[in-house]
Write a new protein. Structure first.
Length: 132
């Protein structure tokens, strides 16, 4: 469990797959798949309920995982890239995450696409800057 001013996140490994039961105040039932450590390339469908802002929303999602190098600051880093597309009644949320071996998440970009939009609106980006 991780807690911050943005809310609580709860992650759990089940077998070789990382699942989220909650991410910064948003809950998922059943838990949402985020990453597989056993497969380089994989697709995971999901269907359930997203609880956010005190409301329950029926949703479907697809997690697509590939092996793809990420180039940042002129350096090429081998990564596992995941694209999580969550489809709600009025919008789609796309979260693209890059994981590096031995480090974990090194970059994440989230966009919201409302009905009729093609590119979506940029919501947030997280970058790993360095450390142990």
């Amino acid at each position: 469990e991780l807690a911050s001013a943005m809310g609580i996140s709860r992650l759990v490994w089940k077998g070789d797959t990382l699942f989220a039961t909650a991410l910064t105040g948003t809950r998922f039932n059943p838990p949402m798949p985020l990453l597989s450590s056993a497969e380089e390339k994989a697709t995971f469908p999901w269907e359930g309920t997203v609880y956010s802002g005190g409301k329950a929303h029926k949703a479907t999602a697809t997690l697509t995982q590939t092996s793809e190098p990420l180039i940042r600051d002129g350096r090429k880093t081998p990564t596992t890239k995941t694209v999580l597309l969550v489809r709600l009644a009025d919008r789609e949320l796309e979260t693209v995450t890059w994981y590096a071996p031995g480090t974990g998440m090194i970059m994440q970009v989230q966009r919201t696409k409302k009905q009729g939009q093609t590119d979506g609106q940029f919501d947030l980006q997280l970058d790993y800057l360095g450390g142990p």
